[in-house]
Design a protein. Structure first.
Length: 127
């Protein structure tokens, strides 16, 4: 689990999460204008007043956990619903931006596979 490949994937995913999580809060990377449906969905999340901020904070925390190698299997499991939602958002609402979503899902899947032995107790039947 400590191969150079795994380390590179873990750090790359961490950097991606920190940068795009921080961008949700501070908007320092100009992003292309999404289609109307995607824009409407994002406006709804922004109008809640907390949803995008909470997701951004979780992404940033997971990113730091991955970079610092703290509770990596836990961080990867927390990232699964977020990365799946990113992929589904782009798949159904913003297909041109799906590239980054596929990268995040693929990196998460690679790391989940590398740590698969850590998840065995979660799926054992308890008696």
């Amino acid at each position: 689990m400590n191969s150079s490949f795994t380390r590179i994937v873990r750090i790359l995913l961490g950097i991606i999460l920190i940068v795009f999580g921080a961008n949700k809060i501070y908007s320092f990377i100009p992003l292309p204008q999404p289609p109307a449906e995607a824009s409407s969905f994002m406006e709804s999340l922004i109008n809640t007043g907390y949803m995008l901020t909470v997701v951004a904070i979780i992404e940033i925390c997971i990113g730091f956990m991955l970079i610092l190698k703290l509770y990596v299997p836990f961080a990867l499991m927390v990232l699964v619903p977020i990365s799946l939602n990113i992929l589904l958002f782009h798949l159904f609402l913003d297909v041109p931006g799906i590239g980054a979503a596929i990268v995040v899902v693929a990196l998460n899947a690679i790391l989940l596979y590398k740590h698969r032995r850590r998840y065995v107790p979660l799926f054992r039947e308890a008696y």
